[in-house]
Design a binder for this molecule. Sequence first.
Ligand code: IMP
Length: 195
Amino acid sequence: MPTPELVIASANPDKVAEIGIVLEKLAILIPRPEGMPDVVEDGDDLEDNARLKAAAVCEFAGKSAVADDTGLEIDALNGAPGVHSARFAGSDATYQQNVEKVLTELDGVPIGQRTARFKTVAIVRYPDGKELIAKGTVEGHIAQSPSGERGFGYDPIFVPVEGDGSTFAQMGKEKHRFSHRGRAFRNLGYILASN
Ligand code: IMP
């Protein structure tokens, strides 16, 4: 079976790089078309937002498209920032501002109550309206302070349970072995291969 070609909805180079590594031999990723307007991500949850992006890019490009949406759920913050992870500290917030807001809100919360998880939903949308969906989750906790220079977003403060106590930002490619995005896109790769 030929390797499927998918237009990737994300314009975030950090995410595109990670998805490219995980889907390396499973799909050929085509960049999102130049000039495509931003998709308003006003869905109620990650799945809604991934679907909005996949459908919009598929329609604009006239080709099969893949989109994902990710959220960080922190138990002590009742699941926030969740679907609002990109703009937790404001609509134009930087990664660092979002990290600082999480640490401020968790000030004084002991390590045992800093449990959290990343969730990713990935959706492939075909021009005939057919859809494939895959999900990935990683459990962990929020560190007391940032560590590490790699990765992006909340990686400097997220410590996965499966690791050795390092944050995602202290890891190289091993992040993808148990990350939310690694799991979601490996699942998607298997589903693509069997369709
Ligand atoms: P998005 O909706 O998938 O673009 O993700 C929303 C926000 O979650 C991003 O702007 C990042 O701040 C954060 N995020 C997404 N994926 C990761 C990750 O793998 N590590 C750390 N933060 C992430």
